[in-house]
Design a protein around this ligand. Structure first.
Ligand SMILES: [Zn+2]
Length: 95
C-alpha cells in the first residue's frame, strides 16, 4: 500500500503560470515581468511589464492564454498610456 515512492509523477501544465519547465530545452522557468518589442508599421511597439514565465536557460518566454490574448489586443489598438521613446540604432559595421 505504500507506493508513494514509485508513483511519483511530474504534472506540468503548459499554459500554467507556475513551475512548468521550458518546452524547448527543458530548463526551469521563473515568473518575471518582461518587455516585449514588436515591429509595427514603419516602427516598433514596446509593451512593458508583461507577466511571463521565462526559461532560465534559453530565455524563451511563455504566456498564459489570457496574457497572450491581451498582448494581441494591445497591438491591435493604440494603448492609452503609450509614450514614445527614442531608440538609438547603431550599425555594427559603421561603428
Ligand atoms: Zn528553455
Amino acid at each position: 500500500m505504500a507506493q508513494s515512492k514509485n508513483s511519483k509523477k511530474k504534472t506540468t501544465l503548459s499554459t500554467g503560470a507556475g513551475k512548468a519547465v521550458c518546452t524547448f530545452c527543458g530548463g526551469p522557468r521563473e515568473g518575471k515581468k518582461v518587455t516585449l518589442t514588436y515591429a509595427r508599421g514603419a516602427g516598433w511597439v514596446m509593451i512593458e511589464s508583461v507577466p511571463a514565465s521565462v526559461c532560465r536557460l534559453c530565455g524563451e518566454k511563455f504566456f498564459t492564454p489570457a496574457v497572450s490574448e491581451r498582448i494581441l489586443r494591445i497591438l491591435g489598438q493604440a494603448p492609452a498610456g503609450a509614450r514614445t521613446v527614442t531608440v538609438p540604432v547603431i550599425d555594427f559595421d559603421a561603428a
